[in-house]
Design a protein around this ligand. Structure first.
Ligand SMILES: [Zn+2]
Length: 168
């Protein structure tokens, strides 16, 4: 069964960090590449960035959960990186630049933002893998009473049922 809850949580947390940090970095890169000075208010762009990252992170996190076993790579981080590069291609490059901006020629300024986007998506993929492992290790649900319990528990602390080692 696909672990949708885990994908949603990992995607949401990774997405918020990616969105907030990414938007501030992008604003700084824009300012520098246009020869502007950096104003303190670029840091406010972390807020819309976090909201955008949350939505995108949840979508990618759910896809990640469904596709997890079919993704190449042996660790969650490698799988996260693969899905993030794939997501960059679809959500950023194809959707944003080709479909919305209808752009087939990329000026130097666009090339910089596309590459910055790719780097940030890779950062997101790394975080997605890290949080996927983190959420996976800490908790599971008791098969009998369905409460959230520590993943390595041998007995359910609530209903006392003896637990099998969880199958991956
Ligand atoms: Zn229980």
């Amino acid at each position: 069964m696909a672990d949708l809850g885990k994908g949603l949580k990992a995607g949401a947390v990774a997405g918020v960090i990616y969105g907030a940090v990414g938007e501030v970095i992008k604003q700084i890169v824009y300012s520098l590449s246009w020869g502007d000075r950096i104003y303190y208010y670029v840091f406010f762009s972390a807020i819309p960035g976090a909201i955008y990252g949350l939505i995108l992170g949840i979508i990618i996190g759910l896809i990640f959960a469904v596709a997890y076993k079919s993704l190449p790579g042996t660790t969650s981080i490698v799988k996260g990186l693969i899905i993030s590069i794939f997501s960059w291609l679809i959500f950023s490059f194809l959707f944003q630049y080709i479909i919305i901006y209808y752009r087939f020629y990329f000026s130097e300024r666009y090339q910089i933002t596309i590459i910055a986007d790719l780097i940030l998506f890779i950062f997101f993929g790394f975080l997605l893998g890290v949080f996927w492992d983190k959420f996976g290790k800490l908790q599971r649900k008791c098969p009998k009473c369905h409460r959230v319990i520590p993943k390595d528990a041998r007995l359910c602390p609530y209903c006392g049922v003896t637990l099998e080692k969880e199958q991956e």
